[in-house]
Design a protein around this ligand. Structure first.
Ligand SMILES: [Zn+2]
Length: 85
């Protein structure tokens, strides 16, 4: 029975503990922020102004680019910026 050994290996996985605590705290700060709070960043794709929330939780992308990246939808693109602004 090698499955028991595997389970032990995974239960001892220290991934959670090694994840930077300060990084988690930083991200917890922005997860409840609105999408238009602290608009101090730029989308890494289309360069539109994005919020701290988008920086941390949308992988440095505006909502549109994030959706395009992770939910392929060709009907939406960054040309529809005026909807956001
Ligand atoms: Zn964008």
């Amino acid at each position: 029975m090698t499955t028991l050994q595997n389970e032990e290996l995974w239960s001892n996985n220290s991934f959670v503990e090694t994840t930077s605590l300060s990084e988690i705290k930083l991200k917890n700060r922005t997860i409840h922020m609105k999408h238009d709070e602290e608009m101090n960043y730029n989308c890494k794709k289309c360069n539109i102004i994005i919020s701290a929330h988008n920086k941390d939780w949308h992988n440095y992308m505006c909502d549109k680019c994030f959706d395009n990246e992770y939910f392929i939808d060709n009907s939406v693109n960054c040309a529809t910026l005026d909807r956001i602004i």
